[in-house]
Design a protein. Sequence first.
Length: 375
Amino acid sequence: MYRLVATCGFGLESVLAYELRHLGFDGVDVHDGRIFFDADEYGIAKANIWLRTAERVLIVLDEYPAPDFDALYDGAFSSDWSSVLSSKDAFPVKGYSLNSKLTSIPACQAVLKKAIVEKMKVQYSTQFLPERGTEKKIRFSIVKDICTLMLDTSGDGLHKRGYRPLLNEAPIRETLAAGMTDFARVYDDSTVIDPFCGSGTIIIESAMRAMNMAPGINRRFAAEEYDIIGKKIFDEVRADASSQVRKDVMFRGIGSDIDESAVRIAAENARRAGVAHLCSFSVADARELNPVTGSLIITNPPYGERLSSPEEAEKLCSEFGKRIINGGQRGTYVISSLPDFEKYFGKQASRRRKLYNGMIPCQLFMYFGEKKRHN
């Protein structure tokens, strides 16, 4: 049994914790931006393949106080690296420091790398480590002077589902979109509308949720190459996930955008994700949207950070709000960084949730309509 940690964007901790418990994991312990839990080798594969809002799944190797570089080195040197690294493995070291005395990331990386190398020389009775074998990324976090050493099992971030090689400008991350679909309570018979669909991420993540399609079902993970876990386990978990996909759902995804090229990209991404039969994309102006009665509007309109200007974003927000504010939709969920979003939109949100779109602090403004009963 391993102690694991799944990382996530700030504001998505409760969603990720629910996912972990729903998948049957024990020892779930919630912290800012990361959730600890227990799992065996099959659980490591299951977490990577099934988690929708996690950014990475890592094995916790050690945790110890590191108020200075000597303590940082000694703690890493005392760890049993031969249990996860062979004498030939490559092991790049990356990480971050937050609210700690050790603030230089390059210096921390160098100290930890040296400690691991020296310990492995002792454990393997050698003076040379070729680092030409399997790459196993060692990641560290130093939070309030506590260093956590971890082995990355994911490889590329879990937001990289594999369906979005074609991007438009300023795309929303898949894991954030998945979190929004959770807050909106997307079901297998929901109609989801995104009038600012861009590359189609919100519609695609909604469709995958409706089909019970595991988000990592069509990609590969670093731990498939690890001798301590291996490809066979991942293949078995992937095959089980494939058997649970529901193709007979009543879900409808309706995406539109004023940018014709974005619409083409969205349609192609939906095809790659295997959800094109549930989705439609068209060129349309959000300010002319006629909401479908009983639908969910989940969207990420421009907010003047990277596209357009704040003034243009405020005007668009106002015109869009007037169009849908009294519609018959089941709910409206809009993520925005505009400080006075509710003023421009024309209505106070039923609830708000602080989230981050990349490095941009945002709020998810949730407007509840008539609640739909669902078993």
